[in-house]
Design a protein around this ligand. Structure first.
Ligand code: SF4
Length: 317
């Protein structure tokens, strides 16, 4: 942080929950700003297409607004900038991220297409990109990045047969998120069974890597437990976030949950040993049966036999 503003929010602004007209959701501590109208290789999650690019001044103005959001909201600490316009120079990007840090932002990550993942970034800024085919993985692995670089592999139907090869071409140290597609793209997510089969085939290439799954609950993946005993630690949550673009700024910003995504559980989930760690399943996928049976884990002999222990709060120990 280059500014002098305290990162400690007043106690009344740190409520972990946010009450909305569509239900209670986790209060975001992250702000995502889609800066540009064009976004090559984006991972769809139901966000609208903005009508224009945002200016650097608009980006900084929104960051300042969400750093001091009033007594009923958490001040954001993390910032994701996606779709940086090609018209932005390195100096513009540097000055903008510095202004955001001066406003109190602790972490900045740029969501970039593979073609730009090795472009220069300001010091301390991380990059995230999405990779779907082996050629893209090779492009990512072609250079040792000077910045922190994480990779998402969307578990789309066309990607599943390539999963092992894609993972094999990436540098062993690359952090991998295997993302079950979210509603909002042009296709439905492949069924959980197909994802599990693809992951099973790719386990040799995933072994010894830092990888995790988002979007699919542990109950849908539990047949992998004999081969991946630490699977509960590899099921990651997607943090809720404010979402800003040129057409949704300040008070008009959207929330990832519930404006763009709605997650649901079944009634029986309250009996699941993983309930407190599980964010549920995207509502349309749950309704379509794509996540499978959604069987509470407390009744799963496979998991119980795996040696995984749950603490009282439901987290894996
Ligand atoms: S809480 Fe529900 S959706 Fe989550 S792992 Fe358990 S049974 Fe599956």
């Amino acid at each position: 942080m280059s500014g002098g503003e305290s990162l400690v929010s007043p106690p009344h602004s740190t409520a972990a929950l946010r009450f909305t007209a569509r239900g209670v959701v986790a209060a975001p501590e992250t702000l995502q700003i889609r800066v540009g109208a064009q976004f090559e290789g984006r991972v769809a999650f139901g966000a609208p297409s903005p009508s224009r690019d945002m200016t650097p001044a608009e980006v900084v103005h929104n960051v300042r607004a969400f750093r001091a959001p009033g007594p009923r909201m958490r001040a954001v600490r993390g910032l994701a900038l996606s779709a940086i316009p090609v018209s932005w120079s390195a100096a513009t990007l540097h000055d903008t991220t510095e202004a955001c840090r001066a406003a109190g932002i602790e972490r900045v990550v740029l969501h970039r297409p593979v073609s730009a993942c090795h472009d220069a970034v300001p010091e301390g800024v991380a990059v995230a990109t999405a990779v779907r085919v082996p050629d893209e993985a090779e492009q990512v692995a072609a250079k040792r990045p000077s910045h922190s670089l994480s990779v998402t592999i969307p578990l789309e139907a066309r990607v599943l047969p390539l999963l092992g090869e894609v993972a094999a071409r990436l540098a062993p140290t690359t952090r991998l998120t295997l993302l079950w597609p979210l509603p909002g793209g042009s296709e439905a997510a492949p069924p959980a069974d197909a994802v599990v089969e693809a992951m099973e085939r790719a386990l040799p290439q995933l072994a010894s890597r830092d990888w995790g799954v988002k979007g699919l609950p542990l109950c849908a993946l539990q047949s992998l437990l004999p081969q991946v005993p630490d699977l509960p630690r590899r099921v990651w949550k997607s943090a809720n976030r404010h979402y800003v673009d040129a057409d949704h700024q300040g008070p008009g910003a959207l929330l990832l949950q519930p404006d763009l995504q709605r997650l649901e559980k079944r009634d029986g989930c309250r009996f699941c040993a993983f309930d407190s760690r599980c964010e549920g399943v995207a509502s349309p996928w749950l309704a379509a049966g794509l996540a499978g049976a959604v069987t509470p884990i407390s009744s799963s002999p496979t998991l119980l036999a795996s040696g995984v222990h749950f603490r009282g709060d439901g987290t894996a120990g």
